[in-house]
Design a protein around this ligand. Structure first.
Ligand code: NAP
Length: 457
């Protein structure tokens, strides 16, 4: 090994250790920020080490690439928290595109002289990379509402997708048997690009986090395959970590929704709106002053945030109200459902941004036993995650999904703008229960008004 090789391998080793430690730290909110810094430092070390590669004769194009990449990456990092899911989808698309382009470049430089194992890894990398690129772009388009968010379905879709998948794999195998014939290789890429689109269009926007973490795992596996082709250890390690953590996250999200991964990928959830849930009656509207009195004289208040808190950017107003109530001696807790919002950890991130202490956040299993002894449960723009039909109605499309059982509290106040449904498109019987009072309006302005009203009580 040359001196440069020693430097490269040493930095790759440091980078790999930082990736593992970073990932471990991300598993707890207290250490998550440190985990992000470690992972970013690991990536920095990996990039730095690569710059010592003896085959680099000029840094000009690398510099140009860094300038272009940074000028895209820095503005992308500045997007508001509500746009984070689509931003992440775009990052996956770029990562997968990079892996595919490396594969195409390697094939055009080294041709078919790589040996069957490396050729197989290269084909795998390019195929997964291509379908992840277009799949992630469609996911980003749906989340940003450039494309229709509801599932786009047509008759015979599963057959078409199956045929595309078979053609793609068939071309891959044919190319492996005839590596000197580029048409099979480029045909496989074209089919994979189309397959990526077709795979994601039938999936609804709110299922995108599951799809994205799956695509993330494909992008990771594609990078690991790139590592094999380039004999690059850090790519193999980082890609494998990425691939499997993405897969585990997808499974965990499905579990929290009580759905199978096949139902998410092929179920077209949200395409049809189920209407007959038996939830009828009138919704009882309550006044701001009534709610303020209830909150001010309560012993315990539990806030249950959902997607509406994110869209209203109401996290700071919630914390302000929470602090005010605590100053009055009220016990205030925040109940976090694992799939509240539109991405894993959505509520945790928003509440952390508003400086709500981690010790005040309670997971669903911890908080549910406390609800019967709670005076007021305040639902802030949440809907599906507090829908009692999931528990009580076996015929409901969301039957079996674990919920935060706010209907067991002594009083429930729901903050939402009107009669809008949640992601599932289902009516929520909670809103018709005698225990529930509806406080209509944008969550942020309702909470700010409540702060003022509680101050006057
Ligand atoms: P939700 O069921 O989507 O309901 C959100 C509610 O917020 C709506 O009913 C809406 O009613 C209200 N809202 C919207 N904007 C508002 C505003 N500015 N102020 C006040 N209220 C507002 O949300 P959720 O209870 O958080 O449930 C999340 C759903 O996403 C679940 O079905 C879950 O399975 C799904 N999902 C989540 C993830 C994840 O990773 N988190 C992944 C996949 C799927 P109005 O229009 O009347 O205001």
């Amino acid at each position: 090994m040359t001196e440069a090789n020693y430097i490269i391998e040493a930095t790759y080793l440091v980078a790999s250790i930082l990736f593992v430690l970073g990932l471990k730290s991300l598993s707890h909110p207290d250490t998550a920020r440190r985990g992000m810094i470690m992972a970013a430092a690991g990536m920095g070390a990996a990039v730095l080490g690569t710059l010592f590669h003896p085959s680099i004769h000029s840094y000009l194009w690398i510099l140009v690439g860094m300038i272009v990449g940074s000028s895209i990456g820095i503005p992308m990092a500045m997007v508001p928290m509500t746009a984070m899911p689509q931003r992440t989808a775009l990052s996956h698309a770029f990562g997968a595109l990079a892996a595919s382009l490396v594969g195409v470049a390697e094939y055009s430089i080294r041709g078919s002289h790589m040996g069957p194992v490396k050729m197989g890894a290269l084909g795998f990398e390019v195929m997964l990379g291509a379908l992840t690129t277009t799949g992630s772009l469609i996911a980003a388009g749906k989340l940003q509402e450039f494309l229709r968010g509801t599932p786009i379905q047509f008759k015979g879709q599963h057959i078409v997708n199956l045929l595309l998948a078979l053609t793609m794999v068939g071309l891959f195998i044919t190319w492996l048997m005839n590596p000197g014939v580029p048409i099979f290789f480029y045909g496989m890429i074209a089919t994979a690009l189309i397959f990526g689109v077709m795979l994601v269009i039938p999936i609804g926007a709110a299922d995108m986090p599951v799809v994205m973490s799956l695509l993330n795992s494909y992008a990771g596996l594609s990078s690991a395959a790139t590592g094999f082709v380039l004999s690059n250890n850090v790519l193999i390690i980082a890609g494998t970590l990425d691939g499997f953590s993405g897969f585990i996250l997808s499974i965990l999200m499905c579990k929290a929704m009580n759905r199978s991964i096949t139902n998410v990928l092929f179920g077209g959830f949200g395409a049809t709106i189920a209407t007959d849930t038996g939830a009828t009656g009138t919704m009882r509207e309550v006044s701001l002053d009534d709610v303020a009195v209830q909150l001010a004289y309560a012993n315990q208040v539990i806030f249950v945030p959902g997607y509406g808190m994110a869209t209203a950017q109401a996290q700071h107003a919630v914390r302000e109200l929470g602090n005010l109530l605590e100053d009055r001696g009220v016990s205030v807790k925040y109940a976090i459902h694992p799939v509240a919002g539109r991405m894993p950890g959505h509520m945790n991130v928003l509440l952390a941004e508003a400086n709500v202490p981690y010790s005040s956040l309670y997971e669903m299993e911890q908080i549910n036993p406390e609800l019967p002894s709670t005076d007021v449960a305040v639902v802030i723009g949440a809907n599906d995650v507090v829908n009692p039909d999931a528990r009580d109605n076996p015929k409901s499309p969301i039957a079996g999904m674990p919920i935060i059982e706010v209907d067991r509290a002594r009083s429930v106040i729901v903050l939402k703008r009107g009669k809008g449904k949640g992601f599932s498109g289902l009516e929520n019987p909670l809103f018709f229960k005698p225990v529930t009072g509806m406080l209509y309006g944008d969550a942020k302005s309702s909470l700010s008004s409540l702060v003022q009203a509680v101050q006057k009580v």
